[in-house]
Write a protein of this length. Structure first.
Length: 87
């Protein structure tokens, strides 16, 4: 997942379709094709962590609803990545 300075998904320069970022997500197979790049990027960058299954794996529930606090965490974390990238 090595980027080259741009952190806005789905910019193809920022990430490769490397499913290892989703390897610990038990429901990664249910991510829609159109969302896979963004989900991979956000997982690799620590924006999305998932719900702990308490067995070393996580669930991201890609078809579920998002709570306000979860959306806020995504926005704040992404904002920090953009600021730290200094582009």
């Amino acid at each position: 997942m090595a980027g080259v300075g741009c952190f806005i998904p789905p910019c193809p320069r920022c990430f490769l379709r490397d499913s290892s970022a989703l390897a610990d997500k038990t429901d990664a197979a249910s991510i829609a094709d159109w969302a896979l790049d963004a989900m991979t990027w956000t997982s690799a960058k620590g924006v999305l962590g998932g719900y702990d299954n308490h067995d070393g794996t996580f669930t991201i529930n890609p078809e579920g609803e998002t709570a306000r606090v979860e959306a806020a965490k995504v926005l704040v974390t992404t904002y920090k990545l953009l600021i730290d990238s200094k582009f």
